[in-house]
Design a protein around this ligand. Structure first.
Ligand code: 5AD
Ligand code: SF4
Length: 444
């Protein structure tokens, strides 16, 4: 590779989950600390970081086509870094197949991006897919994100090894960030204007640490401590695993006002044979009982889940068990996917891979029910008055968008600004958002 001019501008393009969004922000902060500026809207940057996702199909192909399309106005290629889970899983292959790529950096190694960039400028290509998880957080610059909502990664990695999932291989073993680091980072985010913090982890409810007094605490303890921080109004967390759910977290939903009434708890399937083949280590029944306990603690809690249709060997009758579970839970929101064989995972080697058309049909039927329930949940909120955290301007002048406590998108007209908490009556529900009306003058 030829030596290249040091970049003046950068762009980080993040795909996939919220953890990638968080990582993308931190990479942007690293590049900012190196004196590189974000590229103006609509202009290609001198340095592009593709922060990739490997969870479902065609991830790698998408990366190659994105690389092919990157071009600066003068026709030359920007300096390209491939980060995220595709980088971790297929780093060597990317280096071999895509000569335009200067850097491949895994999710646990991106704190080394600035040194790698120096090498790239000198004309050397560099790959770093090591997994020394905690080191990364220790060597990142301070948070400076200015936004009323912020993500905070508290836990990374996964030891569950669901048979379809690539995460244990790309993100590595479960690790929890230390309590004091998290309180510190939360304080910085609040100083920079965050009023809502979403705690992130692949198994966020497996977080464990020691508080300042040296007592062992779990996620609920961390949430209770964060709730004591002035200026922070809302706390959320995602994604949880049913098997790591501690009693105190359920109790916290009834006790901590700042903890929002929303739970994202993936189940994947409503059939016990399929759940076992997925290595989920819970049953449909134990999952439903768990949800009941959340509803007892916080009757208005909005429930959300993840589903996979067409796992190898899934029969029509087994799929119908998933539909039945959905009918029982009545989710406020949900995410559903066609099974996608991931290289290196046990399920990819299983017999009885399901026909594409069967999967399409099942996904459609499942989504019809999930959409029905989401709309019904929104309609049931009509007439309620709640606090909305204003996140951005709407399409028309005077229009604003924000989220209800139940994570519904609410739009309304008001004289307010981003970051305000406003009292809004939920007037008219749509399938994906709700029209609201301001209930009182804005208080900041
Ligand atoms: N195929 C389809 N969906 C998957 N997910 C994870 N792995 C796969 C796969 N191989 C889904 C699960 C998980 C969500 C983040 O992505 O539902 O909860
Ligand atoms: Fe993947 Fe299962 Fe771990 Fe979630 S719990 S990240 S689905 S292996």
């Amino acid at each position: 590779m030829k030596p290249q001019n040091p970049p003046k501008t950068y762009r980080v393009k993040s795909f996939g989950c919220q953890m990638n969004v968080y990582d993308g922000e931190r990479m942007a902060e690293l590049l900012g600390a190196k004196g590189i500026a974000p590229a103006p809207e609509g202009e290609e940057a001198d340095l592009v970081v593709l922060n990739t996702c490997h969870i479902r199909e065609k991830a790698a192909e998408k990366v190659y086509s994105d690389i092919g399309r990157l071009k600066k106005p003068d026709g030359s290629k920007p300096i390209i870094a491939v980060a995220g889970c595709v980088a971790q899983a297929e780093g060597e292959e990317i280096m071999a197949r895509a000569p335009a790529v200067s850097m491949v950096v895994g999710p646990q190694a991106y704190h080394r991006l600035p040194e790698m960039l120096d090498k790239a400028v000198a004309g050397e290509r560099a790959t770093d897919t090591d997994m020394p998880a905690i080191a990364k957080f220790d060597s990142l610059p301070q948070r400076r994100k200015r936004s009323p909502t912020a993500f905070l990664t508290v836990q990374e990695g996964c030891d569950k090894f669901c048979t379809y999932c690539v995460v244990p291989y790309t993100r590595g073993a479960e690790i929890s960030r230390p309590y004091s680091d998290l309180i510190d980072e939360a304080r910085k985010l609040i100083e920079a204007g965050a009023r809502e913090i979403t705690l992130l982890g692949q198994n966020v409810n497996a977080w464990g640490g020691e508080d300042d007094a040296g007592r062992a605490i779990g996620l609920a303890g961390l949430i209770r401590a964060l709730a004591r921080l002035d200026g922070l109004e809302r706390i959320r967390y995602t994604t949880s695993h049913p098997n790591d759910m501690e009693d105190d977290l359920i109790a916290a939903h009834g006790e901590v006002d700042k903890l929002m009434p929303y739970l994202h708890l993936p189940v994947q399937s409503g059939n016990d044979r399929v759940l076992k083949a997925m290595n989920r280590a819970h049953t449909a029944e134990s999952y439903l009982r768990l949800l009941e306990r959340f509803r007892d603690a916080r009757p208005d809690i909005a429930l959300s889940g993840d589903f996979i249709v067409g796992f190898p060997g899934e029969t029509e009758a087994e799929f119908k068990d998933t539909l039945q579970l959905v009918d029982e839970v009545r989710y406020a929101q949900a995410f559903s996917f066609k099974y996608s064989p991931r290289p290196g995972t046990p399920a990819a080697m299983m017999d009885d891979q399901i026909d594409r058309q069967v999967m399409d049909d099942r996904l459609q039927r499942l989504q019809a029910r999930l959409n029905r329930d989401q709309f019904a949940f929104n309609r049931a909120s009509e007439g309620r008055t709640c606090t909305v955290l204003v996140e951005r301007k709407g399409k028309r002048p005077g229009q604003w968008l924000g989220k209800s406590p139940w994570l519904q998108s609410v739009w309304f007209e008001a004289d307010c600004q981003i970051g305000d908490m406003v009292e809004v009556e939920l007037v008219e529900a749509g399938p994906n958002s709700i029209r609201g009306a301001l209930n009182q003058p804005v208080t900041v």
